[in-house]
Design a protein around this ligand. Structure first.
Ligand code: UD1
Length: 450
């Protein structure tokens, strides 16, 4: 089934970046015939929503399964398209995967391949962490440059420098990278920037290296702790995860593990921002409030009444949000870059002027032109967005261009007057399980048309 919205003047609009389910660029007229999310906005969200397992934790954990022969059970594994692509990568390396309720069972018995086809690498940014894991397990790996959401240049120089310090020989030819190392050797690696992906790659490579690896200026994101906990459950010796100095004592072999993935802090943030923007009252459950302290502080500054339980956050929005102080995205525990678009959409309907500086990824203001079509007043200069709050947004036809930018459009659509049609909802499937169902259960008028 497909749905053709009849909005005057919209018929011939061409989007510069519209994608089909395979991530290929397609003409806007074709996009119209693909999936759409339609929201009739204006209903304050009410009720409670349960948070699924974290996308950014489960992907490196699934990559880590190749390090240990045998059958792993990864529980609280969300049903996301990024997880499906990771399963395809695992299969291309010789592993088998099967779903058992909320768990993904990965059988990594037998020989592990060392080549990941370009088609799969391009679909997923996190595929880069297979580099450290496969190299450590097999002594070689051949991959192409990783893909994922287009957020500006996403270099991997820190990953390569670190793996080279661990003893990998690196060759680059015809768009492919090949790394070799009979056995990696532990050493001291200082990251110039606390890159999440580079920290994960070093951890994945270091657990089977000979001797001790110490990472300084390591990323401190909760997903790093989750990966360390999984690796330790497999028999690795990783300590200090969550601080900027991680110590890894290499071991000869690892064994498979059964592990429960941490909750998704960005999904939790998304529902809280949606509740705030719609003037609602929502309880988010099965989450870790501490993981989103920076976000909760901003929402509280905007006038929301927030109560944290052990694994819950209750948010009651004021009648009208107020703009908060300046927001600057930073590595954890700072304000997360993944939450930036969500807050951008929320501030569109706050009283006063908000200011957001994006310091991590330069192309993270992609939803701005689409939000402007909905009546938002945002001006962007370089990495700074100035948001002048309006009384209300209005529904419009818009295109998602990345995962969190797409979620920003959903938040805007939920609080806008009238109908919003969001094209490219496939981006949302990368990071949200049952998004429309959860929002509908909170009272939103939202439907996906296929
Ligand atoms: C980033 C986020 C992470 C989020 C993830 C998913 C940060 C610090 N990281 O992790 O919280 O969960 O996106 O959206 O917020 N860089 C280099 N060279 C490298 C690697 C990175 O210059 O080899 C730069 C990047 O261009 C970027 C910054 O470091 O400006 C952060 O990159 P990194 O943390 O590696 O990104 P992700 O692992 O994708």
């Amino acid at each position: 089934m497909f749905f053709l919205p009849a909005i005057a003047g919209e018929r011939n609009r061409i989007s510069k970046n519209a994608y089909n389910d395979n991530g290929e660029t397609v003409h806007y007229q074709e996009v119209r015939r693909l999936e759409q999310i339609v929201i009739n906005g204006g209903t304050p969200l009410q009720g409670s929503v349960r948070i699924h397992g974290a996308k950014n934790a489960v992907l490196p954990i699934l990559a880590a399964t190749v390090l240990a022969d045998g059958v792993h059970t990864v529980k609280n594994c969300p049903r996301l398209s990024d997880v499906s692509i990771t399963e395809e990568i695992l299969k291309s390396l010789g592993a088998k995967t099967v779903r058992r309720e909320d768990a993904l069972v990965v059988d990594a018995t037998g020989e592990t391949g060392s080549f990941i086809p370009e088609k799969l690498m391009r679909k997923l940014r996190s595929s880069v962490v297979f580099m450290g894991a496969v190299l450590a397990k097999t002594g070689r790996v051949k991959i192409s440059a990783p893909g994922g959401c287009e957020l500006g240049p996403r270099p991997i120089d820190l990953h390569l420098k670190a793996l080279s310090l661990l003893g990998a020989e690196i060759y680059e030819e015809h768009g492919y990278l090949e790394l070799y190392a009979k056995r990696l050797t532990g050493c001291h690696i200082h990251l110039d920037f606390p890159s999440v992906g580079a920290t994960e790659n070093v951890m994945l490579a270091g657990v089977l290296a000979e001797g001790e690896t110490v990472i300084t200026n390591a990323a401190r994101e909760p997903e790093i702790c989750d990966l360390a906990n999984f690796l330790n459950a497999c028999g690795a010796r990783v300590s200090g995860a969550g601080t900027s100095s991680i110590r890894i004592e290499g071991v000869r072999t690892l064994h498979p593990a059964s592990y429960t993935v941490m909750p998704d802090r960005i999904a939790a943030t998304t529902y809280l921002c949606a509740a705030a923007a719609t003037g609602g009252e929502v309880t988010v459950t099965h989450m870790e409030p501490e993981h989103i302290s920076a976000v909760l502080s901003v929402l509280s500054d905007c006038g929301c009444d927030i109560t944290c339980g052990k694994n819950t956050v209750h948010l009651k929005a004021p009648e009208k949000l107020s703009a908060c102080g300046a927001i600057r995205t930073m590595p954890y525990p700072g304000f997360p870059t993944d939450a930036q678009s969500l807050m951008l959409a929320t501030l569109c309907v706050a009283r006063g002027t908000g200011l957001i500086t994006e310091t991590i990824f330069e192309s993270r203001f992609k939803p701005v032109p689409e939000l402007s079509r909905m009546g938002a007043k945002i001006s962007v200069s370089d990495r700074v967005a100035v948001i002048r709050g309006v009384d209300a947004l209005w529904g419009a036809e818009v295109c998602a261009e990345d995962l969190r930018g797409g979620a920003a459009l959903v938040i805007a659509g939920l609080c806008a007057r009238g109908k919003t049609v969001i094209h490219n909802p496939c981006f949302l499937d990368r990071g949200y399980e049952a998004l429309e169902e959860n929002l509908a259960a909170l009272g939103a008028d939202i439907k996906r048309y296929r």
